[in-house]
Write a protein that binds this ligand. Structure first.
Ligand SMILES: C[S@@+](CC[C@H](N)C(=O)[O-])C[C@H]1O[C@@H](n2cnc3c(N)ncnc32)[C@H](O)[C@@H]1O
Length: 274
C-alpha cells in the first residue's frame, strides 16, 4: 500500500479506499478539504526534514479514514505535517456540518528552531500551508511528550503522530506518555518505522526506536513504506508486557544518560498505568 514519491491526487483517491479498508473504516473517499490541502502541499516547496510525499499521503489517508478531529503530534519541525493533520481534522468537521472549534492539533517539539535551518522557528510552515487554522493549532516548543499530560484531557485524543526523537527509548516514552490521553478506538502513527534501512542508504546511523515498536506491536497495524499506524486496544493494560519487553532492549541514546532515561521511563510507566 505504498504511495508514489510525489503527491498524486488521482492515485491518492484510488489508494484511499484500500487504506480505509485496512483500518476497518467505512469511509470510501477523501474529503474536498483534504484534497485541496494535498493540492496546495504538492504546489508548495516543502522544506527538508518533514515527512516526504509518499509517507505524507499515508498520514493523510489514515487521519481522514479514522475521522480524527483531536490530534497530538510529537516532533513539529517546520510544521508541514502539523498543517496537514489540522487541515484534515478541520475538513472532517466541515463534512459533519461542524465548525472547527478550539484546538484541533497540539504539537510539541524539543527545539525552538528548525534543525535544518536555525533561522526558522519551529512550525513556520503552518501559516503558509494552513493560515486559517493557526488559531486551532497549539505549538509547544522546548518541550517533549511529558508536556502532553498537562495540556491534553485524558481520553480525548483520536490520533497521536509520533515523529520526535527516533532513538530507543524515546518513541517508547512517547507512547507511554500519550496512552492515557487517547480515547477508545484511537490510533498512533509512527514515522520512520524503516529508519535503519533509510539511514543505511544515506550513510547515517541506524535508529530502531520506531521500528521495534511497529514490528512487534501486538495489535492491529497498517504500514506503508517508512510509516505505520498502530491500533490501541480497548484495555491499555494488555500492552504492559509488550511495553516492558521494549523497555528492556538496549538503549540507543548516549550511555551517559541511561540512568536518567530509566527514570523517565519509570515515570512514563507510572503515568500510563496509574
Ligand atoms: C523529523 S522532525 C519532525 C518532522 C515533522 N513531523 C514534519 O513531518 O513536518 C523531528 C523533530 O522532532 C524534534 N524532537 C527531537 N527529539 C524530541 C523529543 N524528545 N520530543 C519532541 N520533539 C523532539 C526535533 O527537534 C525535530 O524538529
Amino acid at each position: 500500500m505504498n504511495f508514489p514519491d510525489h503527491i498524486d491526487l488521482a492515485q491518492y483517491q484510488r489508494a484511499y479506499p484500500k487504506v480505509a479498508a485496512a483500518l476497518n473504516s467505512a469511509r470510501h473517499a477523501p474529503t474536498e478539504g483534504e484534497l485541496a490541502f494535498l493540492k496546495k502541499a504538492a504546489e508548495t516547496e516543502l522544506p527538508i526534514g518533514n515527512v516526504g510525499p509518499a509517507n505524507l499521503s499515508f498520514l493523510a489517508a489514515v487521519t481522514s479514514a479514522i475521522g480524527a478531529t483531536r490530534i497530538l503530534e510529537i516532533g513539529t519541525a517546520s510544521g508541514a505535517s502539523s498543517a496537514l493533520l489540522a487541515s484534515i481534522a478541520a475538513s472532517t468537521l466541515v463534512e459533519r456540518n461542524l465548525k472547527p472549534d478550539g484546538i484541533l492539533l497540539s504539537t510539541i517539539d524539543k527545539k525552538s528552531h528548525c534543525l535544518f535551518d536555525e533561522s526558522k522557528p519551529i512550525g513556520f510552515m503552518i501559516a503558509a500551508l494552513a493560515p486559517e487554522l493557526v488559531p486551532h493549532i497549539a505549538v509547544h516548543t522546548g518541550q517533549d511528550s511529558f508536556l502532553a499530560r498537562s495540556i491534553i484531557q485524558p481520553g480525548s485524543l483520536d490520533l497521536v503522530f509520533i515523529d520526535g526523537n527516533h532513538q530507543h527509548p524515546w518513541p517508547l516514552i512517547d507512547v507511554l506518555n500519550v496512552l492515557p490521553l487517547t480515547r477508545p478506538g484511537a490510533w498512533l502513527i509512527l514515522h520512520d518505522t524503516e529508519l535503519p534501512r533509510v539511514a543505511a542508504s544515506l550513510g547515517l546511523p541506524a535508529r530502531y526506536g520506531a521500528k521495534w515498536i511497529f514490528d512487534s506491536w501486538p495489535h492491529r497495524k497498517v504500514g506503508s513504506d517508512n510509516i505505520g499506524a498502530i491500533a490501541l486496544p480497548q484495555d491499555h493494560r494488555t500492552l504492559r508486557p509488550f511495553l516492558k519487553e521494549m523497555s528492556a532492549r538496549e538503549f540507543e541514546v548516549a550511555p551517559t544518560g541511561w540512568n536518567r532515561y530509566r527514570k523517565l521511563m519509570a515515570d512514563g510507566f507510572d503515568f500510563a498505568f496509574k
